[in-house]
Write a protein that binds this ligand. Sequence first.
Ligand code: ACO
Length: 318
Amino acid sequence: MSFQILGTGRYVPEHVVTNDDLAKLVDTSDEWITTRTGIKTRHIATDETASQMAAEAARDALARSGVRAEELDLILCATVSGDYIVPGLACLVQREIGASCPAFDLNAACSAFLFLLETAAAYISTGRYDKVLVIGAEQMSRVVDWTDRSTCILFGDGAGAMVLGKGDNYLGSHLTVRGGDEVLRMDTLPGISPFYTGPKSHPYVQMNGSETYKFATRAVPGEIGALLEQCGVEQSQVDWVICHQANRRIIEAAARRLKGIPSEKFLMNIQEYGNTSAASIPLLVDECCRKGLFHEGDLIVMAAFGGGLSSTACLVRW
Ligand code: ACO
């Protein structure tokens, strides 16, 4: 036993920031951003917080799954841009939606939503919990340096959620971590200890773009290949691929390496939302559900990469 997806939900801020808007803040252009990343717009919070977006996505997923908040056994959240370090986002969502179950956060940067699914699958398969709410929610606009043109153009805000219940639709997963902080990191608060003499922190996203790019273009197809081999599934049997939406070129490069999966099966919404980190996979899954793209029995691969460095893939039968 693993799980089935009972319903999905989302929230994105109304305020849309275009590439031309960003060109007024930093030395960039619509042409540069579009050709290097595929991003045209991103939704940016004006008065929403990560916990409010997470709670809205949760309410949406509960309504669409027909599950009441009181029926939930566990709430799991992932974020790198939550309202607080303590309490975690999941605790705030629990209060907001009127649930009373255990709730905790998990940190795995942009791969986190797939780590949430893995954790939920483990709890559900032991019989410990039945209904689990999983949420990826990010207010990335709080944690990017808006003077750094190489990062501020990439990210957006939003939240995606799923309600999971007992079922047999999580067919397998492959998770890899190559521990290190050289390529991608976000420091914690600088601190004001009068005793600390070590290096000062810079609490914003810091990234070696080309190293991240190189890592992702190899790691994503590598994870998917290993996952399919482990599950005994041919590339030609895959109906859809949902990749972490970080850069259109990364997804296209991954698709080129996975020759058995036609490129049109790699779904994308990066042009509208940018990189919403832990929210990107559930947002795209929710969008495809609403469009009626998925049919019962479809084999869907989800794949992500992120700070850690981590790379992950899982296989779900719809
Ligand atoms: N506008 C205009 N020029 C820019 C911008 C910008 N916004 N940003 C950088 N440049 C310049 C650089 O300064 C550099 O100029 P130089 O040649 O004079 O030094 C030039 O453009 C090329 O810079 P590169 O970094 O080599 O550009 P590249 O083609 O690699 O594209 C990008 C940069 C888009 C960041 C790419 O490396 C990328 O997508 N990397 C992966 C990013 C990613 O996936 N991040 C994940 C984030 S966290 C997560 O999701 C896990």
